[in-house]
Design a protein around this ligand. Structure first.
Ligand SMILES: NC(=O)c1ccc[n+]([C@@H]2O[C@H](COP(=O)([O-])OP(=O)(O)OC[C@H]3O[C@@H](n4cnc5c(N)ncnc54)[C@H](OP(=O)(O)O)[C@@H]3O)[C@@H](O)[C@H]2O)c1
Length: 283
């Protein structure tokens, strides 16, 4: 497929991988960011454009001539705003929206992703939902200081398992949905190849790094204290506590073969993820 693809969240964990991986496809790529000069400075063939969900005056230029949209909801942006943006995109002729959702969204009306999915189903546009499990990259981003400074996996997941997925695989499924036919009006559960508890996560780190990484199985209170000591905003701490409570209850361990079927290969294991990021976890 040719045409113009707009990537929102393009500087974030999944969106940046979409921009990297779509580069060899015969499409024009527009990178939506609040800081287009930084995106331009990082090079590449794609076209940076100034875009802010909270500033509708930026939407017209961003959406001009766009055929397909990779849609990411930044946690700070309300669902109503995102729905207005989708409606604007449909009005100007966007034909297909690939939406980064979350595993289990279809069963949980409390989640913003539930409302977004239902809105897209009702809109006059083809959709693909990427219902992603927890990203392995959470350990190279928000939880990285625990590994680097304390040699610990420090999340309140209890003994619960998670089907952690490499965000690069989420992006790969997204690129397939954006550029290959046959993904219209589909929903994929995008997980990694195995459900792991955090003792196994710590073992994967120990095997790839030349030091022991432990999982002390912190309580929710201990986790919240550690996060607050690093000045992590309380809203974000609250969201993580809710998500890890779901894991503690044993409800995050589902593994799906949707990614393998779309990509025609196994998604990355946790060990591959750590091995590819060892520099990031050095002291
Ligand atoms: N973390 C997980 O384990 C996980 C699992 C499943 C699903 N998810 C879902 O994934 C989504 C987040 O994706 P991500 O982790 O790839 O993103 P991310 O790394 O948190 O990056 C956020 C992106 O949003 C952009 N952004 C922030 N505010 C914006 C605004 N007002 N207008 C336009 N763009 C704005 C930022 O771009 P600029 O700063 O360049 O503008 C950045 O590219 C969430 O909806 C989350 O629920 C996460």
């Amino acid at each position: 497929m040719t045409g113009t693809v707009l990537v929102t969240g393009a500087t974030g964990t999944v969106g940046s991988a979409v921009v990297d991986q779509i580069a060899d496809r015969p499409v024009h790529v527009r990178v939506a960011t609040r800081h287009p000069s930084q995106a331009a400075a990082s090079g590449g063939e794609s076209e940076p454009v100034e875009f802010d969900f909270e500033r509708p005056e930026t939407w017209g230029t961003t959406l001009a001539d766009v055929d397909r949209l990779f849609l990411v909801r930044p946690p700070s942006v309300g669902v109503d705003r995102l729905q207005e943006f989708v409606d604007a995109a449909v009005r100007v002729g966007v034909e297909h929206v690939v939406y980064l959702s979350v595993l289990g969204a279809e069963r949980n009306p409390l989640l913003p992703h539930y409302r977004m999915e239902r809105h897209l189903e009702r809109a006059d546009v083809a959709y693909t939902f990427l219902r992603a499990a927890n990203f392995m990259q959470n350990f190279s981003e928000i939880h990285r200081p625990d590994v680097v400074e304390h040699d610990q996996i420090y999340v309140p997941a209890g003994d619960g398992e998670t089907g952690f997925v490499d965000a690069r695989d989420v992006a790969a499924v997204g690129v397939a949905a954006l550029t290959d036919p046959g993904h219209e009006n589909a929903a994929y559960d995008v997980t990694g190849p195995a459900a792991l508890d955090c003792y196994e996560v710590a073992d994967a780190f120990t095997a790839a790094l030349d030091r022991r990484i432990a999982y002390p199985n912190p309580s929710i209170l201990q986790f919240a204290r550690r996060m607050r000591s690093r000045d992590v905003p309380s809203r974000l701490v609250g969201v993580m506590v809710v998500l890890y409570t779901v894991t503690r209850l044993g409800l995050s361990g589902r593994v799906s073969d949707d990614a393998e079927r779309v990509l025609d290969r196994k998604p990355n294991s946790f060990r591959t993820f750590v091995a590819d990021h060892t520099d990031c976890f050095r002291r």
